[in-house]
Design a protein around this ligand. Structure first.
Ligand code: PLP
Length: 381
């Protein structure tokens, strides 16, 4: 019996401790974590530099309001801006949905009252608040909560012609994930994002990229859009930014960010010292370790290993954000069996498993995960 609302289908496992790529349950059993809290703990569990930063922040300054400047938040903002090429400004929030809310509000303020529509793709996921739920291109998730806020339109993913028809005079922005994550790990193709950029320029709409799941090295580059040679106007981040401590960010190029004046947007907790200290430490370690290069190398290794397994029809994704399509697909059941044997993965669709291990994962750990999965698939066959 639990006092928590019934919003998640939880397993019976109770995790008690983590270190690097490993988790331990309350019975002392060890698990290899290839999900990372849904692409969050990119530096692994209990990273010593992040742990020290969190504990230091708890002992020095846990919180002041956003009416005052604090150093960790300033550094996080300038690091994110530098990684994105500079010339922008950052709003710090607490989650991916909040980062996207910020982007949607900013687009509306920038475009003016007559242009308020945000176009996004079917199959996308942008959050669970009412506005980001409507931006999420999954109509089945909308039904119970109608009427949703106005001003959202959806088009088929990777269909530039459909987007061309949808980006009319009322459209302020196009919001896309470079790799659809929750929708099943579906990367954009090589020409699509460049086409979207061209269309946005032609029609005067913003290109907003949701990097909540793909950002900060996960795909083998700092940001997923960098695989496609485009420069967005707005980028949102969360998940890996605090390596497990909740924090989100919305970056916009300076002319767009200038649309916000004091009082237009805010958050009591967004960017507060505890969360920002975790993010500052996370970003410092990510840069020192060159996590995009690690993700590219280990991702290629994992990809190769997955394609060699009997029972896997195809592999897709970028870097260390991969999905494996199963030949005889009950992915939820396979994920359950993996958990029984000490490997944490999840069914990203009914027939595909998602892999998002720590970006610091070793080849030996990848080998171990592949051995467990190979046994489970063999058994299932
Ligand atoms: N955007 C993307 C691409 C996501 O994958 C997610 C969460 O999975 C979100 C937004 C929402 O983030 P949060 O759950 O932190 O609100």
């Amino acid at each position: 019996m639990t006092a928590l609302m019934d919003t998640y289908r939880r397993t019976d496992v109770t995790f008690a401790r983590g270190e690097g790529s490993w988790l331990w349950d309350d019975q002392g059993r060890r698990y290899l974590d290839f999900l990372s809290g849904l692409a969050v703990t990119s530096l692994g569990h209990a990273h010593p530099v992040v742990a020290a930063a969190v504990s230091e922040a708890a002992r020095t300054l846990l919180h002041v309001s956003n009416l005052f400047v604090t150093e960790p938040g300033e550094e996080v903002g300038s690091t994110i801006d530098r990684l994105l090429g500079g010339g922008g400004k950052v709003f710090l929030a607490n989650s991916g949905a909040e980062a996207n809310e910020c982007a949607i509000k900013l687009a509306r303020k920038w475009a003016g009252h007559d242009r308020y529509v945000v176009v996004s793709a079917y199959g996308s996921f942008h959050g669970r608040t009412l506005a980001t739920l409507h931006a999420t291109g999954q109509p089945a998730k909308h039904e119970a909560f109608q009427p949703l806020p106005e001003g959202f339109r959806h088009v088929a993913w990777r269909d530039l012609r459909a987007l061309g028809r949808a980006v009319t005079a009322e459209v302020a922005a196009v919001l896309l994930e470079p790799v659809q994550g929750e929708g099943g790990i579906w990367p954009a193709d090589s020409s699509y994002l460049a086409g979207v950029r061209g269309l946005c320029d032609e029609r005067g709409a913003l290109l907003m990229v949701d990097e909540v799941q793909t950002g900060l090295g996960r795909t083998g580059r700092w940001f997923g859009f960098q695989h496609y040679g485009v420069q967005p106007d707005v980028v949102t981040l969360a998940k890996a930014l605090g390596n497990g401590v909740p924090i989100g960010a919305c970056w916009a190029r300076e002319e767009v960010a200038a649309a916000f004046a004091p009082g237009d947007h805010g958050s009591t907790f967004g960017g507060q010292p505890l969360a920002a200290s975790a993010a500052r430490a996370t970003l410092r370690v990510m840069e020192a370790e060159d996590v995009p290069a690690l993700a590219a190398a280990r991702g290629a290794y994992l990809w190769q290993g997955l394609t060699a397994l009997q029972g896997i029809a195809s592999v897709r994704g970028l870097g260390l954000l991969l999905a494996a399509e199963l030949v005889h697909g009950d992915a939820a059941r396979v994920a359950e069996r993996c958990l029984d044997r000490g490997l944490v993965v999840n069914a990203v669709t009914a027939s595909a498993l998602r892999f998002a291990p720590s970006l610091l994962v070793s080849e030996a750990e990848v080998d171990e995960a592949l051995a467990i999965l190979g046994d489970v698939l063999e058994e299932a066959a």
